[in-house]
Design a protein around this ligand. Structure first.
Ligand SMILES: C[S@@+](CC[C@H](N)C(=O)[O-])C[C@H]1O[C@@H](n2cnc3c(N)ncnc32)[C@H](O)[C@@H]1O
Length: 212
């Protein structure tokens, strides 16, 4: 794993802020519900697993979750997961190993052509008939309306590669105004410091592909 292959992420230094993000984004658990419904049973790889939040909710008698994460500071090793260190561009498993592979808001964020490498790697480690799911910001919602930079995935990029798109309608829901202002200001700057809403409409894209 080369240092330049890792996309910097604030979560390992600002644990308190990341805890707010993880707790409040998709509060009703619609992404977990989608992944439970659409991922096959068997061995499942989470690319850029962060602290293992999603993987730990999917781990059960039917699915064994492998959490791959490049940043040691992000990992919560108390989670009952099979942890590994690696990047989407160079996955440290042999070919045709997993029944399902997914990623939530990690690496596959920009629609940048370099993502081709990550998609090829994900498909390499996936068995034939297995499913690849990439979860991202869809945009066209209240949450993304505050952004200065485009943080939405490019639907056309994934659709040209044969992925289907499902749109998950969710929300950021905060427990109090202070944490809403803190996280929104961290994401979008000073213009959010006086926001008074606890709930922000948030649309999430799920790109899904079955390996032939
Ligand atoms: C926005 S966080 C998402 C974490 C987790 N998937 C979640 O939903 O909570 C992005 C994660 O991607 C990881 N990451 C950074 N560069 C990566 C790469 N090249 N390949 C895979 N993951 C990467 C970061 O360390 C961070 O944990």
């Amino acid at each position: 794993m080369k240092k330049e292959e890792v996309i910097p992420f604030y979560g390992s230094e600002e644990k308190e802020l990341f805890e707010i993000e993880r707790r409040c984004m998709d509060r009703s658990g619609k992404v977990l519900e989608y992944l439970k419904k659409n991922l096959p049973y068997g061995k499942i790889l989470d690319i850029g697993a962060g602290n293992g939040f999603t993987a730990s909710h999917l781990n059960d008698d039917h699915r064994r979750l492998y959490a791959m994460e490049p940043s040691d500071g992000m990992k919560d090793l108390d989670q009952d997961l099979i942890w590994s260190k690696g990047v989407a561009q160079d996955i440290p498993f042999h070919s045709n190993y997993f029944d399902g592979v997914y990623s939530t808001w990690a690496y596959f964020l920009s629609g940048d052509p370099r993502e081709d490498i990550g998609i090829a790697e994900a498909l390499r480690v996936l068995k034939s008939g297995g499913k690849l799911i990439i979860i991202n910001n869809y945009g066209e919602d209240e949450f993304c309306s505050y952004m200065n930079d485009d943080i939405t995935a490019k639907a056309s990029y994934y659709q040209e590669k044969g992925f289907d798109l499902d749109i998950i309608k969710s929300a950021f829901e905060f427990d109090n105004i202070q944490e809403a202002q803190k996280l929104m200001t961290h994401f979008f700057g000073i213009k959010c410091k006086d926001l008074l809403n606890l709930k922000y409409e948030y649309n999430i894209s799920a790109y899904i592909l079955e390996k032939l």
